[in-house]
Design a protein around this ligand. Structure first.
Ligand code: PGA
Length: 252
């Protein structure tokens, strides 16, 4: 049984004051008895340690990086390595978010190196895949997403891959308020699970968590999370407000 996982992707938002404010409101309002899932937030890299410290009385909150370089150290100006993250107690990292792919040129090859390295180091990559509006309109979405998955998992070991988390995020639904229907999201997540079976086996397909992301909010959250192949959500905008985030966590 896959326990649901909900991650708030804060992107390039929140300073220290806003982070502390979130932590206070969150801690004062969360009703643990109502939360059936694992959960976390992904702050900017400069605030990872600060946020971890701010949540020190709330150990259930996973602190997640937004990206991780596959080398442990070296001349990679502006990047944080997997080992620097691990050194700071961060073991989860989003990899290949569409904003990284589109704005910073993260290629399928780079995404593959990161996913592979993180799994080898017993870390947990949250691999983002998803099609553009053009792909969706041309009805190429399944082929595009399947290909992204194949490239991201090239040479990834059968035992290690079981720890992987995948986030299916149709690009046209990110930050647009235009979410995929729960039926479309379920259908693609099922497709991804079928592809995992083809690439590996049924055991891997059963174990990998597949999240949906793209304009998830307190109103539509439950609808996505009740789908058979959707094991959680990657939430952007709606995770910035602690009370809204709590509503999503408690909607299961
Ligand atoms: P959104 O972002 O919920 O604001 O659409 C999701 C994401 O980018 O992970």
């Amino acid at each position: 049984m896959r326990k649901k996982l909900i991650i708030g992707n804060w992107k390039m938002n929140k300073n220290h004051y806003e982070t502390l404010d979130f932590v206070n409101v969150f801690s004062n309002n969360i009703n643990e008895a109502l939360v059936k899932c694992n959960y976390g937030v992904a702050p900017s890299s400069i605030n990872l340690t600060f946020t971890k410290e701010a949540f020190k009385n709330h150990k259930k909150m996973l602190i997640v990086a937004q990206d991780a370089h596959y080398e442990s150290h070296g001349a990679f100006t502006g990047n944080d390595s997997w080992s620097q993250l691990k050194d700071n107690g961060i073991v989860f990292s989003i990899i290949g978010h569409s904003e990284r792919r589109q704005m910073f040129g993260d290629s399928d090859k780079l995404v593959n190196l990161k996913v592979k390295k993180l799994l080898e180091e017993k870390m947990v990559p949250i691999l983002c895949i998803g099609e553009s509006l053009k792909d969706r309109e041309a009805k190429n979405h399944k082929a595009v997403v399947t290909k992204q998955l194949q490239l991201a998992l090239k040479d990834v070991d059968h035992e290690l891959v079981k720890k992987l988390v995948i986030a299916y995020e149709p690009i046209w639904a990110i930050g647009t308020g235009k979410s995929a229907t729960s039926k479309d999201a379920q259908s693609m997540c099922k497709e991804i699970r079928t592809e995992l079976k083809t690439l590996y086996d049924q055991d891997v397909a059963n174990q990998v968590h597949i999240l949906y992301g793209g304009s998830v909010n307190a109103k539509n959250g439950q609808e996505y999370l009740s789908q058979a192949d959707i094991d959680g959500a990657l939430v952007g905008g709606a995770s910035l407000d602690p009370k809204t985030f709590i509503e999503i966590l408690e909607c299961l």
